[in-house]
Design a protein around this ligand. Structure first.
Ligand SMILES: Nc1ncnc2c1ncn2[C@@H]1O[C@H](COP(=O)(O)OP(=O)(O)O)[C@@H](O)[C@H]1O
Ligand SMILES: N[C@@H](CC(=O)OP(=O)(O)O)C(=O)O
Length: 439
């Protein structure tokens, strides 16, 4: 059975990175289907080609001078081509793209060209067939992925090819217009390809040696998670662990295909295996910690609210009518708190407050902003008593004021609300108690 290998932007940012990817692909015959991203950052000060394409398109489509951005983009591809000593010329493609930019072909078309061009280079470098994602990945008129049509077309095209490169991140709609996934979406393409070809494994090659217990930008060299379940990963991805796009899990999950996160710069490392379920005990009580900033809370206080039938529904209806999604909703006897994304709530807050007053006549409502949510996730928590107690102890020791704690009914995760300015400190203290001291 074949393997599908997706290489992230950091793995394909230069000719040297392409060479590492090439060696990895050639070292195993089963690595038959390759999904490349657009060139990413070569160092922390660099700019991703995708970001530059958005910028370039904005200028080109509004009639401004875009030569600086254009040169940045084209010279990056030319450097890669000459660094790999390929005879390939992208001159024709560049000309088409330039014309399309000026003809206002759309932001999504613009962004997709990063993967398209990198795919052409990868196919030439490996001598694999190039399959344009616009011909095999389909979206409906509303921009939603058409999973069945995509699966059928991918299977039809790929099953007859010994090797192929399918660029990540985009597809097309019924009018033939290019549609992209949300940022980081090449991971989804990889997952769709893996599902369609019945891959034995979906390898996702990046710049870290697997899924780490927490964000390496907060903790230096965090421990690597050896094995994680799809459910645990989903919780962590949703809460901001960006290594894999949250929607990349569904296609492979439905086929029971494991995902292996690997490091292009350290191919000798085994990385993280993401599986349906496992008997293996996790190394620590918790599997991972992730979090996001930018939340606001609405606390509704009313004596005896718990006896009022329909109270929660009426409150939730106000948010629904204002089209504001709800993130969490912990409740007490006389209080109910609703967590929302601050940017989705701010412009509608007064309307929502008035709506809640009308709907449930609360004693008072309190708003708080600049909050962060942290998810502590782990299948091992179910068997271990006192996990929340340890989290509380760690946070109080670190002087972090806990605004909310909510244990999911699956006992797979505990969500903690803190102030934004306590976010990093809170993550460090939880990591410390479970991983460093292993109390
Ligand atoms: N829990 C985590 N484990 C690993 N990496 C994480 C985690 N949380 C955040 N990251 C960040 O995700 C990055 C990898 O994702 P991404 O930048 O999308 O890679 P790629 O360009 O290969 O697709 C890492 O470099 C790291 O900074
Ligand atoms: N290039 C796109 C899609 C993608 O998945 O990229 P990466 O694999 O580098 O996260 C982006 O930057 O969003």
């Amino acid at each position: 059975m074949p393997k599908v290998v997706k290489f992230g932007g950091s793995s394909l940012a230069s000719a040297a990175q392409f060479q590492k990817a090439g060696e990895i692909i050639r070292s195993e015959k089963s690595r038959k289907y390759v999904v490349p991203s657009a060139p990413g950052k070569q160092d922390s000060k660099d700019i991703k080609i995708t970001d530059m394409l958005y910028l370039c398109y904005e200028k080109a489509s509004s009639g401004r001078d875009y030569s600086e951005e254009w040169t940045f983009i084209t010279s990056r591809y030319e450097e890669i081509i000459s660094g790999l000593s390929l005879t390939l010329s992208l001159a024709k493609e560049f000309e088409i793209i330039r014309t399309q930019f000026e003809a206002k072909a759309g932001k999504q078309y613009a962004a997709s060209r990063g993967e398209y061009l990198n795919g052409l280079i990868m196919a030439a470098y490996l001598d694999f067939e190039f399959v344009d994602a616009a011909e095999v990945i389909f979206f409906d008129r509303e921009g939603r992925l058409d999973m069945e049509m995509t699966n059928t077309m991918l299977y039809e095209r790929l099953s007859v090819l010994p090797h192929a490169v399918v660029p990540g991140f985009y597809g097309s709609d019924p009018n033939g217009r290019i549609v992209t996934f949300s940022r980081g979406g090449s991971d989804i393409t990889g997952s769709l390809v893996a599902r369609a070809v019945h891959a034995e494994l979906y390898e996702n090659w990046t710049d870290v040696s697997g899924f780490l217990v927490t964000d390496p930008r907060i903790i230096k060299d965090p421990a690597v998670i050896e094995t994680i379940t799809y459910r645990e990963l989903r919780e962590l991805s949703y809460m901001g662990a960006t290594v894999l796009h949250e929607d990349a899990i569904f296609p492979v999950r439905s086929e029971g295909i494991p995902i292996n996160i690997r490091n292009t710069n350290r191919p000798q490392d085994p990385g993280t295996l993401i599986v349906e379920d496992t008997c293996r005990h996790p190394r620590y009580t918790i599997t991972g910690i992730a979090g996001k900033k930018g939340f606001a809370s609405v606390t509704i206080d009313k004596a005896m609210m718990n006896t009022e039938v329909g109270f929660c529904r009426k409150v939730l209806q106000v948010f629904e009518e204002n089209n504001v999604p709800i993130e969490h909703m912990p409740s007490g006897i006389d209080t109910l708190t609703v967590f929302v994304h601050q940017n989705e709530f701010e412009s509608k807050e007064q309307k929502i407050l008035a709506g809640i007053h009308r709907a449930v006549s609360p004693d008072f409502i309190e708003l708080e902003s600049d909050l962060a949510l942290i998810a502590v996730v782990g299948r091992g928590m179910r068997q271990t008593r006192g996990t929340s107690g340890r989290i509380f102890a760690a946070l109080s020791h670190a002087n972090v004021n806990v605004k909310m704690i909510d244990q999911g009914s699956s006992e797979l995760n505990i969500i903690i609300g803190v102030r934004c300015h306590d976010f990093e400190n809170a993550i460090r203290s939880i990591y410390d108690i479970f991983v460093n001291t292993q109390l």
